[in-house]
Design a binder for this molecule. Structure first.
Ligand code: DHB
Length: 391
């Protein structure tokens, strides 16, 4: 056999091998690595987002731009080191096209350098500290920011007899954002934060803090706790008779989370919060979303985490469609920027400059509707950009 012929045969064999190799098969698959807290204190966040992502896929099919969508769900137990290790493994070994999920701020931040280095879009569906999107140019957010939600309430409060406020927040990124932006705006509006209290994120005991608030007797207590922790605050607030002592409970909508609200009892009635999503949002798109979500999940009511996951999947699907599966991470990212659409929450868009979500923020009051407790929207501030980005 001549050398030329041997070379030809070798390369022909190689070509066949390449065709049959898993690398080739993989390019027909589009992998989304969904890292969520499926166990531990933020497990409700994981459950809601996973359910919403699966609903989106069931409704929109699992083939986009000729590629089969594969969702790989990983449990990070809300431990940032675990989140990072899982992200590394998903990028290096699974060769995921997109990283998504991220239940808490420290987990989202732990993955940012991996997104940057590997040029993998990181779609943050839950975590809500303002600065997250600045941690990597590959981060796009479909949840909300605490400054976005807090400022609206600080505009509402002084117009409604609430001048003196004590703030009580979980002592980490989103809580510190909530405390800062609520206080600044309330002070600007002529109100006053008389005391700013911070509770640990892990195993918080609200009792001594609430006792202090009772003694200080402000017009209202402003609260931020992450999704899943609202019931404990509400219970202890009522047990101490704070409402009877004339102290109102207000906060961002995380405290009257739709996931928990219905089990909080009548003590929650009248609580005013500001947020981007309520399961009671009266639009046709939301009614359809809530019904389909409940039907697929044993009557579970979707909360704001679910809507962040559902819209995150939409952003990924549409980016894949628009880039026709070409251009890798950069092509996808470019197609995520500037997306504008109607979410179950209302209109939203992904600001191309900041890669953060711009959306309506609603003022809501807990009311009983059809026998169930809901956050009923009574006012709206349109197209709110994250106030944390202006500085
Ligand atoms: C974060 C987590 C939450 O559960 C929430 O409701 C808001 C913010 C966070 O860690 O960023």
């Amino acid at each position: 056999m001549t050398i030329q012929k041997r070379l030809f045969l070798t390369s022909a064999a190689l070509a066949v091998l390449t065709l049959a190799s898993p690398v080739m098969a993989q390019s027909d698959t589009f992998k989304i690595g969904l890292i969520l807290p499926m166990t531990g204190p933020q497990a409700t966040t994981g459950r809601q987002i996973e359910a919403a992502a699966k609903l989106y896929m069931a409704q929109n099919g699992d083939t986009v731009a000729g590629k089969k969508i594969q969702l790989i769900v990983k449990d990070d137990t809300s431990t940032p080191d675990v989140t990072k290790r899982l992200a590394q493994d998903l990028v290096v070994n699974e060769k995921v096209n997109v990283l998504a999920g991220f239940g808490i701020t420290p987990s989202a931040l732990a993955v940012a350098p991996i997104a940057t280095q590997s040029k993998t879009p990181q779609v943050v569906m839950a975590a809500a500290t303002s600065s997250i999107t600045q941690a990597s140019p590959y981060i796009v957010r479909t949840s909300f920011t605490l400054p976005q939600a807090s400022v609206a309430l600080a505009d509402w409060a002084p117009k409604n007899g609430i001048k003196k406020v004590v703030t009580l927040v979980s002592d980490y990124g989103p809580g510190i954002d909530a405390e800062k932006f609520f206080k600044e705006r309330l002070t600007f509006n002529g109100g006053q934060v008389t005391e700013a209290l911070r509770v640990p994120l892990r195993n918080p005991d609200f009792a001594p803090f609430l006792q202090k608030v009772r003694d200080l007797k402000p017009d209202a207590l402003f609260v931020f706790v992450p999704s899943g922790a609202g019931t404990a605050v509400m219970k202890q607030f009522l047990e101490r008779g704070m409402d009877k002592a004339g102290i109102k409970l207000i906060g961002t909508g995380d405290v009257t989370d739709d996931d928990l609200l219905n089990d909080m009892g009548d003590g929650a009635l009248g609580v005013v919060t500001s947020h981007h999503y309520s399961a009671a949002h009266p639009s046709a798109a939301n009614k359809k979303f809530v019904e389909a979500f409940k039907k697929a999940n044993n009557n579970l009511r979707p909360n704001f985490m679910a809507v962040g996951g559902y819209d995150g999947m939409r952003v990924i699907y549409e980016a894949l469609k628009a880039s026709k599966g070409q251009g890798g991470g950069d092509g996808l990212l470019a197609a995520m920027k500037g997306q504008i659409f109607e979410s179950p929450r209302g209109p939203m868009f992904i600001d191309a400059q900041t890669r953060d979500v711009v959306q309506d923020i609603y003022l809501r009051k807990v009311e009983r509707k059809d026998g169930q407790l809901y956050n009923v929207e009574f006012d709206v501030i349109k197209d709110v950009k994250d106030p944390g980005k202006a500085r």
